[in-house]
Design a binder for this molecule. Structure first.
Ligand SMILES: *Cc1c(COP(=O)(O)O)cnc(C)c1O
Length: 395
């Protein structure tokens, strides 16, 4: 099928998103004439400092942080996640505190690989598997707590399934047990309401390029009074917690993107969900297709499905030819061609896991794009099943 949209149809928003035009516009002047270091005391410095403060205020508001908390700008959520886990480990080395971490089997590699590295240094890590619905239960977390548990790190929403974990309840549990609680909220911001106070969060990672900000900028929220050994020592930027001259243009753009994300939550909840559900309902009419996870427990933009008899990669390339961009799951794992690890963790058999296709929408997708995608998707499945050597229609 020839794609009627000149730029194609982008349905891979859990991998990265379009930079919002308003965010691009907001940062432009800081890439050109307003280039001062915000720590400088002259006019060049004070004008960027003012813009920086404004952007930070927006980010604080966006996650409902109190002004006594810290929101530290980082280069990406991978850095934020590494920092929390390694920073807590440095605290163990310095203070001899508790050396057990509870996390899940379905975290982003930025958590998973860091935990595995820390295990080589003697930290004990428990990886919890979600239940058959793909969601972690509070009871599982409670049962995994030992007197040595120092940190619980559980993602808010999963990047592949879109499934939402009960973060508020887990936060409450962690705090009652006196255990630090971190959440990777990269896939939650802009999709569902995020409130660090209500959810008893000590650390929260976020990344601008997942909510229509620029790539290479993110942050870590740290609750008031919570210690975390820095990874970057140096010029004492950001209250001494992360040194390095601040990327003012990108921070300004991230602030704008955060404001748009929060203002757009209602649109996300109604309109993006409606388009997602329309597409999902149409996919469910295809025989032998499995949609992963109850849509009521998912962020409004995500579908992970499995199409029996068709390799995820084959489906992806066929859609790509039709101008549609989707994914087989985490872009970070796509080079390995391994079975989708999240699907394996939630108990899917190997065949299902190899046939996973993820579709993730954004507020920029239109009804016409979704209608076109429905048609193209059905045609791809038909064509690929005809040439599939493994597909036998189930009765
Ligand atoms: C994309 C993603 C990350 C990594 O974010 P970067 O800013 O690209 O490093 C971390 N966690 C989740 C859940 C993600 O989806």
């Amino acid at each position: 099928m020839t794609c009627p949209f000149p730029n194609g149809v982008y349905l891979d928003n859990n991998a990265t998103t379009l930079l919002a035009p308003e965010a691009k516009e907001a940062m432009e002047v800081f890439l050109t004439s307003k280039y001062g270091n915000p720590n400088s005391l002259h006019k060049f410095g004070t004008e960027t400092h003012a813009a920086l403060s404004k952007a930070l205020d927006t980010i604080y508001e966006g996650i409902n942080a109190s002004d006594k908390d810290d929101v530290i700008i980082t280069s990406c959520a991978t850095e934020s996640n590494n920092w929390v886990l390694k920073g807590v480990y440095f605290d163990i080395l310095r203070h001899g505190t508790k050396n057990h971490i509870i996390t899940t089997e379905v975290e982003h590699p930025a958590i998973r690989a860091t935990c595995e590295f820390l295990e080589t240094l003697g930290v004990e890590v428990t990886y919890l598997s979600p239940n058959a619905e793909g969601i972690l239960s509070v009871e599982q977390v409670r049962d995994a707590i030992t007197p040595k548990t120092g940190l619980i790190s559980i993602m808010w929403a999963n990047n592949e399934t879109g499934l939402i974990h009960p973060i508020e309840e887990i936060g409450e549990l962690a705090h009652r047990a006196g255990i630090l609680f971190h959440t990777d909220a990269v896939q939650a911001i802009g999709k569902i309401p995020v409130d660090v106070q209500k959810s008893h969060i000590d650390f929260l990672s976020f990344s601008a390029h997942k909510f229509h900000g620029p790539k290479g900028i993110g942050g870590l929220y740290i609750k008031e009074g919570v210690e975390l050994t820095p990874l970057f020592h140096g010029g004492e930027h950001m209250h001494g917690r992360r040194s390095g001259t601040l990327n003012v243009p990108y921070i300004v753009a991230m602030g704008k993107a955060m404001q748009l994300a929060v203002d757009g939550l209602e649109y996300e909840e109604k309109e993006v969900r409606r388009l997602r559900d329309k597409l999902e309902n149409a996919l469910m009419e295809i025989s032998d297709i499995l949609i992963i996870g109850d849509r009521r427990h998912r962020v409004p933009n995500t579908i992970l499905c499995s199409i029996r008899g068709i390799e995820g990669e084959a489906m992806l390339w066929d859609l790509n030819k039709a101008g549609i961009a989707a994914s087989t799951g985490s872009a970070c794992a796509s080079e390995t061609l391994e079975a989708n690890p999240v699907m394996v963790a939630i108990g899917a058999d190997k065949e299902l896991a190899h046939t996973a296709v993820r579709i993730s929408l954004s507020r920029y997708n239109t009804e016409a794009e979704i209608d076109y995608t429905i048609e193209a998707f059905k045609k791809s499945v038909q064509r690929l099943r005809k040439i599939s050597s493994t597909y036998i229609k189930h009765a």
